[in-house]
Design a protein around this ligand. Structure first.
Ligand code: SF4
Length: 821
């Protein structure tokens, strides 16, 4: 903490990992600003980062352990909850073997939490059934890196954004999903107008604003585009022959899959001139940076897409030097940290590998365990399938919401219902997933937790405690350690402080480095004191000496890779378009992704007033021609469906869309809208290597839903909306929640339903006054507005500001009595 009370920490959201400074205000709220000294953002923050302070409220917090009894949850204490978990996990393992239990964890966890969970599951329970929701985010990049480099190595630094001559954004809407990196890119382009920016994305997304070229390729055709680039580089002799010969294997096989320009145009649907221009940009500049994210990773061919990009960098030797290289940007604040500590079922901690016997030996001896899992476990989708098949009988879900985020959510719900023990640790009480828990454990939230996270450029930063935790909330690493102790592993989980966990993890990364060097090496951090851990500045790995000032390191400048022969591997990849496509019954392709101001399942961003305003309701982007063709109206409600279910989304006419595609955000779910959980429509097709689901290519149909009545309701608390109201969405507003409602009922029926709902006992005074677009009713209880309701004509879009102002009026009676009719 500095002399003015500012404490340095890290943002809770995306993988940019911005440094934040925060200090508590006298009213208990947090003041937040960007950390000018942090190398990820140099003081900048995006809308989500700026609003972090608004999310630190106690609405909806889970504050004590609870167990399910008939009729709902009952409070319990930590001892009873943890004892039951430990006993059930131990008995299940004894009766059915180690693979009958599982942990499903999250990129929101800190390294210390992740490490302890991984150690317990892989090291002592003896199963690798621990997988992270990062499986949904960048597992294909992990596979691509390991196949090409022999290790999961991101070779570049953020600084390369400023140093590049050509920047490709492939399947990445950087402007919305990694906004501070986008700000850096935009500033770099302003400084150097000769810099070329190419966006490769079926949608003309917001990042195109600064692009020189947008390639709206057919969904799923990326491998063809990059195999065509490889062919072009060969034809134009833009190869680095020495690099290929001395430092790589497999070039001839990869080259054999090269495609001609005409062939690429046919598969991608792009004009040959556009493709040729892109290929020229790549060929004519040394400093090419290929930034990619979910549009590449979330695909049934995600791993091959990654390698098709890396192949082009290897063919030109454009890796390891300033301003160049393949750059997978991670989605979550600590997705990279999860990869480091082995929180994916397919990897061990510290970038040790299942298939290297010496690594297994090292880890067994380090953890003093004979129980170490010797093979990979179940990846996320397979894990929930195993739950559904009854093979997994106890699961602990930590800091994530799979009922919203995994494909085919009805199947996920069914699987959870079948599982004899579902433990959920979370900081929020009511989520779509906590509804299926047998035991709920209150976790600390951002601003209460203390530990470390690693961002997309391998930079590890401290997340620091800013505020006390409400109720009985505890750190995740503590609850996992307590369960481990109760399972009989006390001597291995006797941690008293998160710094102790961190030092042990750092020591693990140093194991065997002198025999077989690995990329991930934190050896300088193995002996830091508690005080040094508290004050730790951002460190970019490898950390062989403690970094006291800004360091930018790149991998592979020495042309040495982490494969057995130290050579990089070209991977021979061919274009295989997604197996499921649009048809006459499901004629459109649904692309899913993030919206600008929300995060994942909205449990946090849904609490910030300033973040609700940009898009208050779940929506569907659709091209104006497609909208007309399917009888929809802009501003109306669309039913988007396939055999797995349907969503009801607000229609937005958008020229950025291709006419055969629609786009919907992933955030809204049963807690925030009537029917808007997009993952319900997505089937569980995955990449064969990474297990990452195909989130960007789902055949659907769309229909208009004719609505007859409309209203907005504002209340102090979260409400349970009557089932008869087909469409609703919740928005956080000042001091309350605003509900947007539409119904097929008549105006009179909707009014009747709402009055019964809001004022069932008719105890409140109700005042109504007319408005040009409808009328407003105010329900008064004890001189205060309990609810206010704006009845609107369908299609009318009156501002909600009057309703919100009235709701927050300190003397509402005077106002409404004057206006009432
Ligand atoms: Fe947070 Fe990402 Fe925004 Fe930075 S860019 S403030 S890390 S959400």
């Amino acid at each position: 903490m500095d002399s003015e009370g500012w404490i340095k920490t890290t943002c809770a959201y995306c993988g940019v990992g911005c440094g934040v400074e925060a200090r508590p205000k006298p009213d208990g709220q947090l003041e937040v600003r960007g950390d000018k000294a942090h190398p990820a953002n140099f003081g900048k923050l995006c809308t989500k980062g700026i609003a972090l302070g608004e999310t630190v409220i106690e609405d909806g917090r889970l504050t004590q352990p609870k167990v399910r009894r008939e009729g709902g949850f009952e409070p319990t204490d930590w001892h009873q909850a943890l004892t039951r978990i430990a006993d059930t996990f131990r008995q299940t393992v004894e009766q059915h073997g180690p693979d009958s239990v599982a942990f499903y964890v999250s990129g929101q966890l800190l390294i210390e939490d992740y490490y302890v969970a991984n150690k317990l599951m892989k090291g002592f329970i003896g199963s690798s059934n621990i997988d992270s929701n990062s499986r949904l985010c960048m597992a294909s990049s992990v596979v691509g890196h390991k196949r090409a480099f022999g290790s999961d190595t991101v070779p570049v630094c953020y600084e390369d954004i400023e140093l590049a001559e050509v920047v490709l954004l492939i399947g990445s809407n950087l402007a919305w999903c990694h906004p501070v990196l986008y700000q850096r890119l935009r500033a770099a382009k302003q400084q150097n107008p000769a810099m070329k920016i190419v966006v490769v994305d079926p949608r003309r997304n917001e990042s195109c604003e600064i692009a020189d070229l947008h390639l709206p390729l057919a969904s799923g055709s990326d491998v063809a585009l990059f195999n065509g680039l490889l062919h072009y580089l060969v034809e134009q002799d833009c190869l680095d022959h020495d690099f290929i010969e001395q430092h790589t294997d497999g070039f001839q096989q990869a080259k054999a899959n090269g495609l001609t320009l005409d062939h690429v145009a046919k598969i991608t649907g792009l004009p040959t001139e556009q493709i040729a221009l892109f290929y020229q940009y790549f060929a004519q500049h040394d400093k090419v940076l290929s930034i990619y994210s979910q549009g590449v990773n979330q695909s049934s061919q995600g791993s091959d897409k990654v390698n098709s990009i890396i192949n082009c960098h290897l063919a030109t030797g454009r890796i390891g030097l300033p301003g160049m290289g393949p750059f997978s940007v991670t989605g979550q604040p600590n997705a990279m940290g999860g990869r480091e500590v082995g929180a994916l079922a397919s990897m061990l901690a510290g970038h040790l590998e299942f298939d290297r016997p010496r690594d297994i030996e090292l880890l067994k001896s380090f953890w003093h365990s004979d129980q170490l899992a010797l093979k990979p476990g179940l990846k996320a989708v397979d894990m929930f399938d195993a739950l559904d098949e009854g093979k997994i009988k106890a699961i602990w879900i930590m800091a994530t919401n799979p009922v919203v985020s995994l494909p085919n959510s009805e199947k996920v719900k069914r699987a959870l219902t079948k599982c004899p023990l579902v433990v959920v640790s979370d900081c929020i009480e009511d989520t779509a997933t906590t509804a299926f828990a047998d035991i709920l454990l209150p976790a600390q939230g951002w601003s209460e937790k203390s530990g470390t996270v690693t961002n997309s450029e391998r930079r590890l930063s401290r997340q620091r405690r800013l505020l006390p935790s409400p109720g009985m909330a505890k750190p995740d690493w503590w609850m996992i350690s307590e369960v481990a102790k109760k399972m009989g592993f006390a001597e291995h989980f006797n941690y008293v402080h998160e710094g102790e966990v961190f030092r042990e993890y750092a020591k693990l990364t140093a194991l065997g480095q002198h025999e077989h060097s690995r990329d991930l090496d934190l050896s300088a951090l193995t002996v830091i004191s508690d005080k040094e851990y508290q004050a730790l500045l951002p460190q970019q790995w490898p950390v062989k000496t403690i970094q006291k000032s800004l360091v930018n390191q790149r991998f592979f400048a020495d042309k040495q890779f982490f494969t057995a022969n130290k050579k990089a591997q070209f991977i021979s990849v061919t274009t295989q378009m997604p197996s499921t496509n649009a048809s006459s019954s499901l004629p459109l392709l649904l692309n899913s992704g993030r919206t600008r101001d929300h995060w994942h399942t909205m449990t946090r961003t849904g609490l910030a007033t300033s973040l609700g305003a940009f898009r208050a309701e779940p929506y569907l982007l659709i091209h104006p021609d497609t909208l007309k063709a399917y009888g929809l109206e802009a501003g109306g409600v669309a039913k988007v469906s396939n055999s797995q279910g349907h969503c009801l989304l607000r229609v937005i006419s958008d020229h950025s869309m291709q006419s055969d595609q629609v786009f919907a955000p992933i955030h809204w779910n049963e807690m925030t809208a009537s029917k808007a959980k997009v993952c319900q429509l997505i089937d569980a097709r995955v990449d064969a290597f990474s297990g990452q689901p195909e989130f960007k290519h789902t055949p659907v149909k769309v229909e208009a839903l004719a609505m007859n009545s409309k209203a907005r309701v504002i209340a102090q608390q979260v409400l349970s909306v009557p089932k008869e109201i087909e469409y609703w969405a919740r928005e956080k507003v000042e001091n309350g929640y605003l509900y947007h409602l539409e119904s097929t009922m008549s105006d009179a029926e909707l009014k009747h339903t709402l009055q019964l709902w809001l004022n069932g006992g008719a105890k409140m005074k109700m005042f109504t006054y007319s408005k040009p677009q409808g009328s407003i009713s105010v329900f008064i209880e004890q001189e205060q507005v309990a609810f206010a309701c704006h009845w609107l004509k369908v299609g009318a879009d009156d501002s909600e500001s009057e309703l919100i102002a009235l709701f927050n009026d300190p003397d509402p009676l005077a106002e409404v009595e004057k206006l009432a009719v």
